[in-house]
Design a protein around this ligand. Structure first.
Ligand code: GSH
Length: 238
């Protein structure tokens, strides 16, 4: 029986899918995509995802029995939830609550955190503008308060553990660590989720594939070649 193929790496978007596969106990073959050296820009990878980003899954048995390729982490979580019949509530009110927070994650939390990390850590020092860093830091802090308020009277974003929690967790862990105080509900939720075996498995998937020196301190070890691949010549002048 052919197995599901995962193309990914140890980043927040990759980890969401790692957690989901572990939660649903799906057998898969993992392929590390080294985004620092440009694996995402090769013709073979672009044939899987023309948007040159991991994670991607290839399910040999799609809904009609034929192989199906899925990219965009939110779409992958929904696809797996529906395929496995898990972690997307069946109760209509909880289901829409889960989808609201899943869309909040992919449209708001992920992109803003990405821009913050870009200007605070990845950009070369002459491009680390204080106004820009402050703008994204403020926005991330605002979002953390919105998330904390949602958890004031429930254990999980949609009351029951769902793909919304899985999507939000990998970015939230790092963002909350930067905050010295406050966010009591969000902190308890992080503790609760972090104790799940599938979360520990998903969070450490492919971790041994990256060089500690490169990712230390939020990718502070990036060099000019990495910057060219991720946001310079090799990314934009292909
Ligand atoms: N919206 C996408 C974002 C995926 C994404 O940004 N992936 C990063 C790694 S976390 C990547 O592959 N970047 C490589 C590049 O932009 O060239 C998702 O949720 O899957």
């Amino acid at each position: 029986m052919p197995r599901l193929q995962l193309y990914s790496g140890p980043t927040p978007n990759g980890r969401k899918v790692g957690i989901m596969l572990a939660e649903c106990d799906v057998d898969f073959d993992g392929h590390f995509i080294d985004i620092m050296s440009g694996d995402q820009l090769t013709p073979a990878f672009l044939a899987l995802n023309p948007n040159n980003k991991h994670p991607v899954i290839v399910d040999p048995e799609g809904p009609s029995g034929n192989p199906v390729t899925v990219w965009e982490s939110g779409a992958i979580l929904m696809y797996l939830a529906e395929k496995c019949g898990q972690l997307l509530p069946t109760d209509p009110e909880r289901r829409i609550e889960a989808l609201k927070w899943l869309f909040f994650q992919v449209s708001t939390q992920g992109p803003m955190a990405g821009q913050f990390a870009h200007f605070a850590f990845y950009a070369s020092p002459e491009h680390q503008y204080p106004y820009t860093i402050e703008r994204y830091r403020n926005e991330m802090q605002r979002q953390l308060k919105v998330m904390d308020a949602q958890l004031a009277n429930r254990e999980y974003f949609a009351c029951e553990y769902s793909i919304a929690d899985i999507a939000l967790y990998p970015y939230a862990v790092t963002a909350v660590q930067r905050e010295a105080e406050g966010l009591p509900h969000l902190r308890s939720w992080l503790d609760r989720i972090g104790q799940r075996k599938a979360v520990r498995v998903g969070m450490s998937l492919m971790e041994d594939c990256v060089q500690a020196a490169t990712i230390a301190g939020g990718l502070k070890g990036l060099n000019d070649e990495h910057r060219s691949v991720l946001f310079g010549e090799r990314q934009y002048r292909r």
